[in-house]
Design a protein around this ligand. Structure first.
Ligand code: UT7
Length: 330
């Protein structure tokens, strides 16, 4: 087997719906304010997709950009791994729809449900496929239409979420030391009741009762999730750095899941990184779950904050609970 890094993130492409919903827009229909939302979360606006734009279509747009940036054709893909908690349908996977849209005929396609760290979980799966020789080129996607599973009558969650998609081509490492240096993924299913969509699955199939009780929407115990996120993301940073043999002062950019600016600041503080080395764009997009890290990565690349040789630390936390991290040398 080849030595690590087995695989590299060759490119990042993103897609967001054009419709911008500001905090002021929300405060017209909910008992909230721009000031509360900015102070408590750092979010200023988010994108909301229309009924004509599916998760597969957002994924297609992001994927085509990622494929073009990597100079890879859809017919070269060995696998498509889509991380999402808001699939277009429960069956079959959004990845299969994406495969058809891209014309990626050779690819095996499947979804994974790992919530906000979904991109990191998918990256881990992709790296494993490359390392084990089952594929040379894998498309990793984090894509969400959270607006369809958000209760816009619940001010404690309605202000947080947005829609979007990000995709990466993951392929064999092209040079010594270049690529995914480490990944770390972990879960604690005992804490599932703190952040979930209780109804609409096979345990409580969609029914008039489910819809009347609004249990097909996300429910979150915000404060508990906040505390757990701070602890888990700190631990995950340490673990990915330890596994990569990299120290915090060698990190050029921390790209955390974009859920709450206060969580991001606490994570950076724990890792000993100044905020100048942290990518933040939740003010523009809110929390887009599995899409948040690729949306932040793409912006960092576009702004020249990541270039060849940069050491990038990814970290995320979400429903499950699930959490994960990765160190990549670009
Ligand atoms: O991506 C997956 C992981 N998710 C997260 O990481 C999210 C983690 N949680 C959070 O980011 C924060 O807990 C929230 C932003 C969701 C909430 O912030 P908080 O500082 O934990 O507020 P809180 O829930 O403790 O609520 C404080 C007060 C309450 O009023 P009282 O009981 O003090 O009178 C809430 O009713 O703020 C009230 N409140 C609001 N007020 C205005 C809750 N939501 C709103 C709102 N506008 N939208």
């Amino acid at each position: 087997m080849m030595p690590r890094p087995f695989a590299e993130v060759a490119s990042v492409g993103v897609a967001v719906p054009p419709n911008v919903v500001t905090n002021d827009d929300l405060s017209r229909v909910l008992d909230t304010s721009d000031q509360w939302i900015v102070e408590r979360t750092g979010i200023r606006e988010r994108r909301i997709a229309g009924p004509e734009q599916s998760v597969a279509m957002l994924s297609q747009e992001a994927s085509q950009r990622a494929l073009a940036a990597a100079g890879v054709g859809a017919d070269e893909l060995d696998a498509i791994v889509v991380a999402t908690v808001s699939p277009d349908r429960l069956m079959p996977s959004t990845a299969c729809d994406l495969q058809a849209l891209l014309g990626a005929e050779r690819a095996a396609a499947f979804d994974i449900g790992a919530a906000c760290p979904g991109y990191i979980f998918a990256l881990t799966v992709a790296e494993g496929l490359v390392a084990s020789g089952q594929g040379e080129t894998v498309l990793v996607v984090g894509a969400e239409k959270l607006s369809t599973i958000t209760d816009f009558q619940d001010r404690s969650t309605a202000i947080l979420f947005g829609d979007g998609a990000g995709a990466s081509v993951v392929r064999r490492s092209s040079g010594p030391g270049r690529g995914i240096l480490s990944t770390f993924i972990k879960s604690d299913g005992r804490l599932a009741p703190l952040l979930l969509r209780p109804g609409g699955g096979s345990a409580d199939p969609i029914s008039e009762k489910v819809v009347c009780e609004r249990s097909h929407y996300m429910k979150m115990a915000g404060r508990e999730v906040f505390k757990a996120a701070v602890l888990a993301m700190a631990d995950a940073c340490d673990e990915a750095l330890r596994r990569a043999g990299v120290t915090a002062d060698q990190v050029d950019l921390l790209v955390p899941h974009q859920a709450n600016l206060r969580i991001i600041e606490a994570t950076a503080k724990h890792a000993g990184l100044p905020m100048s080395k942290v990518m933040v764009n939740l003010d523009r997009y809110g929390n887009t779950s599995s899409a948040s890290i690729p949306l932040a990565l793409e912006q960092a690349l576009a702004e020249g904050r990541i270039g060849p040789g940069s050491v990038v630390l990814l970290v995320a936390f979400g429903a499950g609970f699930t959490w994960g991290s990765a160190v990549i040398r670009w």
